[in-house]
Design a protein around this ligand. Structure first.
Ligand code: ARG
Length: 469
């Protein structure tokens, strides 16, 4: 078909079709489109375009009237988005061209001036940074909510004794509150990692244009400030081509997912009747279609499993960016889905974990009972031998080991050995040793900074609450 400027082929993209005489094949459209996912950037795209238009006017690149028309049109598009009336057109490839095409319908010729001194390359990099920044801010609040739930349970169970494990073998008794606060600390670092990522992310690519900057007298610092960035990015090639901010988001997300999966795994174990440490209500469990007695912790299992998606997203984007020569290549369109999917996954997992933390009922008796077998106060005995009898620790360890063997031979706990039996191994042991052999005495004695003693746990919970305010 022959083309005149008056009657363009309707299949050709009007935003770049000048040198084209035919539209793309159906398969080309399908592989090329990002509209299915990048429509999530629409709010950021509109905000950045408004700021860009205002700057173009301030710098005398478009007239005030044109800028006003553009801004009004963009406001109307936002309104259409919010009321669900915006019509997305897949053939327009991506969200940026959808917005610009609609703007042209709404305001006519002035719409064509918006893309002055700008390219989709700096545009998408700006939109995506804004989006990830919003995601990081939302995530911070969601993690804080989970922390608050954990701290509340930790306070309630500051004195609840449970077995502490190393190698999954009974090691020393700890308190349930202490155990939960360990996760609060991990989450605190997750939040701090995300704050770090946010700080590094907060530079603005806008005005880098396609890759080399622009000859128009733009004010990049003004647009950067207006969008809440700390500064404009210093190098235009870097601005349009790096995605390390998305990688940092995913890396921090992957570590958060690791932490959530560990807690989820503990929930799964603890609510098994073999442990019976906690119980989840009907709200967070499911039944079995064949075994009427079952109560399955599916939500916790899914949080445990969904970490895999997050790791996959990180691995996927690392692989997309790896060895990509500067600057922009369409490969970079593949940067968004891993991030969007991760954001959905984390939102769901954090909500589920927060729900489970509030829902769980601990069984202090079951926990205490499980803390008795395996001689978990053997270290307390050894420490007593050091403290009271002045034995070197290595020798105290040896004496205690022999007493453990004696207790095992008799099928009793260390605390059940009478004074005579204790003295058969170390003649200077006195009756008051028994006071350190209970699990309660053991946890109460561990009041070093960061230790499991109930008083420490209460204080740590209070500190955490204050920090989170
Ligand atoms: N949809 C594209 C992306 O997400 C926008 C940038 C397109 N740039 C280009 N030079 N084709 O990467």
């Amino acid at each position: 078909m022959s083309l005149t400027t008056d009657q363009p082929d309707p299949g050709i993209n009007q935003q770049w079709g000048g040198r084209f005489s035919a539209g793309p094949s159906e398969i080309m459209q399908r592989i090329n489109t990002s509209l299915g996912f990048d429509r999530r950037l629409v709010r950021q795209d509109l905000a950045a375009s408004k700021v860009h238009a205002a700057m173009l006017a301030t710098c005398g690149i478009v007239t005030d009237d044109e800028a006003a028309q553009i801004r009004a049109g963009l406001d109307q598009i936002l309104e259409e988005i919010e009321t669900g009336r915006f019509v997305f057109k897949a053939e327009l490839e991506d969200i940026h061209m959808n917005v610009e095409a609609r703007l042209a319908e709404l305001i006519g010729a002035a719409a064509g001036r918006l893309h002055t001194a700008r390219s989709r390359n700096d545009q998408v990099a700006t939109d995506f940074r804004l989006w990830v920044r919003d995601a990081l801010d939302r995530l911070d609040g969601e993690i804080a909510t989970l922390q608050a739930g954990l701290v509340a349970q930790a306070e309630r169970h500051a004195g609840t004794v449970m077995p502490g494990f190393t190698h999954m073998q009974p090691a020393q008794p700890v308190t349930f509150g202490h155990h939960l606060l360990a996760y609060v600390e991990m989450l605190r670092r997750d939040r701090s990692r995300m704050r770090d990522a946010r700080a590094r992310l907060n530079e603005c690519p806008l005005g880098a244009a396609a890759l080399a900057g622009t000859g128009f007298p733009i004010d990049r610092e003004a647009t950067a400030r207006a969008l809440g960035f700390d500064r404009a990015m210093a190098n235009s090639l870097d601005a349009v081509s790096d995605r390390d901010f998305a990688l940092e988001y995913l890396a921090a997300a992957a570590i958060l997912a690791v932490h959530l999966s560990r807690l989820a795994e503990e929930f799964v174990l603890w609510c098994s009747p073999a442990y019976g440490f906690v119980r989840f209500s009907d709200a967070y469990t499911t039944g079995s279609s064949i075994m009427p007695q079952k109560r399955n912790p599916d939500a916790a299992e899914l949080v445990r499993a969904k970490a895999g998606r997050v790791f996959g997203a990180l691995q996927g984007l690392l692989t997309v960016v790896k060895a990509l020569p500067l600057t922009y290549a369409k490969d970079l369109q593949e940067d968004k889905e891993p991030v969007f999917e991760t954001d959905d996954t984390l939102g769901l997992c954090l909500a589920a974990m927060t729900g489970m933390v509030h829902d769980l009922t601990a069984d202090p008796q079951a926990m205490r009972a499980a803390a008795i077998p395996g001689h978990p106060t053997a270290t307390d005995l050894a420490d007593w031998l050091v403290r009271v009898l002045g034995l070197p620790f290595r020798q105290a360890h040896h004496v205690t080991g022999r007493l453990v063997r004696l207790a095992d031979e008799r099928g009793v706990g260390l605390a059940d050995l009478d004074l005579e039996s204790l003295r058969s191994v170390e003649s200077r042991i006195t009756e008051d040793v028994h006071a350190v052999l209970t699990v309660e005495a053991s946890v109460a004695s561990r009041n070093s900074l960061g230790g499991t003693a109930p008083d420490r746990v209460r204080a740590a919970a209070r500190t955490m609450q204050e920090q989170m305010r």
